[in-house]
Design a protein around this ligand. Sequence first.
Ligand code: GLA
Length: 694
Amino acid sequence: MSRYWRLEGAGQCLVLGAAAGQMPRVVYWRDPLPEEEDLATLDLMAARDVTGGMLDAHPPLSLCPEAGRAFPGQPGLLLRDAGGRALHPRFAFEAAEEEATGLRLVSRDAALGLEHVAEIALDPVTGMLTLRARLRSEAPVILEWFAAPVLPGLAEAREMLDFSGRWIGEFQPCRSPWGPGIRMRESRTGRSGHEHFPALLVHAPGANNGAGRVQGFHLGWSGGHRMVAEELPDGRRQVQFGMAAGLEAMPGTEFETPPLYAVQSGAGFNGVARTFQRHLRDRVVTWPGAALPRPVHYNCWEAVYFDHRLEELKEIASRAADLGAERFVLDDGWFGRRDDDRRALGDWQVDARKYPEGLGPLIDHVEGLGMQFGLWLEPEMVNPESDLYRAHPEWVLGPADQVTGRQQLVLDMGREAVRDHLFDVISALLEAHPIGYIKWDHNRLLPHPDAAQARGTYALLDRLRAAFPEVEIESCASGGGRIDFGILERTQRVWLSDSNDALERLRMQHEAALFLPAAVTGSHVGPRRSHTSGRVQEMSFRAWVAAQRHLGFEMDPRELTEAEAQTLRSVTGWWKANRHWLWGADILRLDSDDPALLAELQLAEDGSRFVLFAGQAAASAQSVPRCLRLSGLVPEARYRVTLRNGAEAPALSRGEMALKEGPLVASGAALMQQGIALPWSFPERIWVLEGERE
Ligand code: GLA
């Protein structure tokens, strides 16, 4: 006799079932079904035949595929007893607790003294599934691998999409075919990492941004993950996510996986992106009371690097405020004897050589300009050349003779003494000064992966957030090396990349929008000549690309011509006038027929307005732009569409075009089906179109 459960709402339907003596498994995960659908029949309909060369029944693809049931693929749990003997669990369903929006399913392996609990919640508004597994053992066990509740991979998919990356090159899409066997990605560097963003998109053939079935998965964990996407010999597919293998150093009796966020949609990549963006912004991030509106940033890193001079910084701050900045972030270089990146991490005392009267005079100046003050810290790190290291060499994680990274070592965040020390020094800074913002950096890879390290960092962040609830924190790790929903439970912004090159940002922002809303995605207007690519880009392009997300500036404002400053002031003014609705907007990626054009539409929550950004990333193959089809509009509604920056059209755009003449009014249907032709453009330019529902 089987039992069934059904979680349904916000476009999702997840049906689970458990046969007698077995562990629950996912029966169905797609769009909602008619209310009266018989779940037993649904299950039986999909029961598979048996043929030669296989067992006489299919081992279940349970929520934790079990090694003890001859499962023909990667098990969801690999563990050993304290003596090192491999255990092969066989769980049987024991109890269920059902709540309005969630389910707790308990299974037990009585012989091995193991209990597995799967917690599955469906958010009734965002449609996000959050899945987590817990393991309890009567005797201490050594945990090698433990997957969050396992979901089936989309049967019709031929490809999957995940992301790799590197410093100044985050969010590079990787497409791979489904086929027999495993695609595994594992981040073993102790961070969610540039290299393997902890997410996967599985999509039906032909799925695009606006149509087709897509499944999205993301693990909310900062300490390194493993993903397994596997096709079994019988054709079934499974997707597993958990912490990287072997991350739990110690034998134990209780373990839990990080939360796995999952959503499926028949409405293309935007269908899942919408859910990830909304859920992150509205459920995962905890915003301080004063978080709105998002302030325009100024960050001094690419202006002065380690060369801090009070009078210069004051002048820079004044100019930044004049351009429209509302928060001034003092980056690396203010503490210890930090004249370069070889020393002083760990010595979080203000450098009296650079700031003889402390930070007070600079902060007073910044506040006098009406800006909030923010400070850069890299708390988990220490340079061998530092007072902290000399006092506590034993606080370092890993062997004494390990290879350093950026000349630095990592503190062992699993130690209470380390966390207490960091809490004390950071608290002292926050108490002594009106600091509203911390840029929290993490610039090296760990000497070995270790779950206790990430948990220790979370504990410190949680303690600081509780003590200073109004202080916002940005997650930076050489740019986008620690971006995940785990760190974002404790922070409010991510530094997507150390590349301020607007062309590269345009692309990264486009990809990252599959998961991240504008509200958390920092984007800065960089120097005229990019410090990381050497490209020279016009102010308008730099400014509008930064205005696609949480806007900031990071160049030396003294380099700006008056014309550049005017352009930047004007774009910043636009951003400020619109940020109240941009905050809650959905970013919808547009399916451009021209690979040289990267376009998105940000649609207000109430559908009353939108802004469209169409970035010309390269010269097009064809002579003039094709029509660009919009997305997310109401077909019957009428929209007034205005080209915001038509004055930037180069002389080579010489046709008469409706959009250049003035606003166009058309139905949502026409805008979405036929689309609008854009004026011809130089590469590295961006068109900005504003739309209002009439
Ligand atoms: C990292 C960050 C940069 C900057 C430097 C300071 O590289 O990603 O934005 O803060 O550290 O050293």
